[in-house]
Design a protein around this ligand. Structure first.
Ligand code: PBG
Length: 337
């Protein structure tokens, strides 16, 4: 032993964290969290038509899919073991109006996709987003009256939309609008319609984030949206308020809670998991995905390693799963072992 190591031992005693890290076998043995295919929810974008796979420029590697192609994607995901899809419609502009009335149409794009997917691939979970923004001519998540997003009228519309989604076969309804009281109201509406087994994944803490930009390109709301969503989404500065939001959703009957966006909000994931013990999901949103893709395209980061690390970190932060546009790539990567 040299004098130098002797000195280190005097300071640290016999505590040496590196002993457990010394070999691959030992690192595997002490690894606390693991990402598996069971943690993945794959958000996909829908578009009218058949045989359409339309690239979204703001989201490299992500396409808008016609219903037949969405069914193929569902089959591919199920074969890889991905538990669930989350669907988002790019609604034809001619079908959008002030109140988002197309959301209430039992045969709208999102419901036709659910029906087709559940029929062809019954073993994959279908999670439908219930919000008015894909259907409104102004891109807001609610009904706009005199410059104000009116809460209760919006909740009423969302409840009716949720029932059509459940009628079409959705397994889980995920309201992303942040209106007050919507979770309890949707629970009542689903139960009254005989859909006791349809779950609710609450977008419990959805922040007024700048990370949604590419998504708004994907569903063509970017050019429509007037103003911002600060009167209904949570201020990114507020953690305690986010917890209060989650508490209300738990009281109102949410089956699971979502945090959105993901990576900048890991503290919220952790606090919510600790506080309620319900399943918690993070949504790694479009802007987060695009940042990784853009940096990788420039050769500045190793895309695969960053992707895997970020998703693993959601697990460490207490998440039970992650909604991620990387889901298919990750599932393929995990299948390789
Ligand atoms: C709105 C909604 C948003 C996303 C999904 N549903 C946010 C918004 O446009 O304000 C964002 C998803 C993403 O960025 O990946 N109901």
């Amino acid at each position: 032993m040299t004098d130098k190591t002797h000195l280190v031992d005097e300071i640290t005693g016999h505590r040496r964290m590196r002993r457990n890290r010394k070999a691959d076998w030992s690192r595997r043995l002490v690894q606390e969290n693991r990402l598996t295919v069971d943690d993945l929810i794959w958000p996909i974008f829908l578009v009218d038509g058949t045989n359409i796979v339309e690239p979204i420029p703001a989201m490299p590697g992500v396409n808008r899919l016609s219903v037949d192609k969405a069914v193929e994607a569902a089959r591919q995901a199920a074969d890889l073991g991905i538990p669930a899809l989350a669907t988002f419609p790019n609604v034809d502009l001619s079908l959008r109006d002030e109140t988002g009335s197309e959301a209430l149409n039992r045969n709208n794009l999102i419901n036709r996709a659910t029906e087709a997917i559940k029929q062809a691939v019954p073993n994959i979970g279908v999670i439908t987003d219930v919000a008015l923004d894909p259907f409104t001519s102004h891109g807001h998540d609610g009904i706009l009256r005199d410059g104000i997003i009116v809460n209760d009228e919006t909740v009423d519309a969302i409840c009716r939309a949720a029932v059509t989604q459940a009628d079409a076969g959705a397994d889980i309804i995920a309201p992303s609008d942040m209106m007050d009281g919507r979770i309890g109201a949707i629970r009542h509406a689903l139960d009254a319609a005989g859909h006791q087994d349809v779950g609710i994944m609450a977008y419990a803490t959805k922040f007024a984030s700048a990370h949604y930009g590419p998504y708004r390109e994907a569903i063509s709301t970017a050019g429509l949206l007037k103003g911002d969503k600060k009167t209904y989404y949570i201020d990114p500065a507020n953690g305690t308020e986010a917890l209060r939001e989650a508490a209300l959703d738990v009281e109102e009957g949410a089956d699971s809670l979502m945090v959105k966006p993901g990576l900048p909000y890991l503290d919220i994931c952790w606090r919510i998991k600790e506080a309620f013990g319900l399943p918690v999901y993070a949504y790694q949103v479009s802007g987060e995905y695009t940042m990784v893709k853009a940096a990788a395209a420039n050769g500045w980061i190793d895309e695969e390693r960053v992707m895997m690390e970020q998703l693993l970190c959601f697990k460490r932060a207490g998440c039970d799963g992650i909604l991620t546009y990387f889901a298919l790539e990750v599932a393929k990567r995990l299948a390789k072992g």
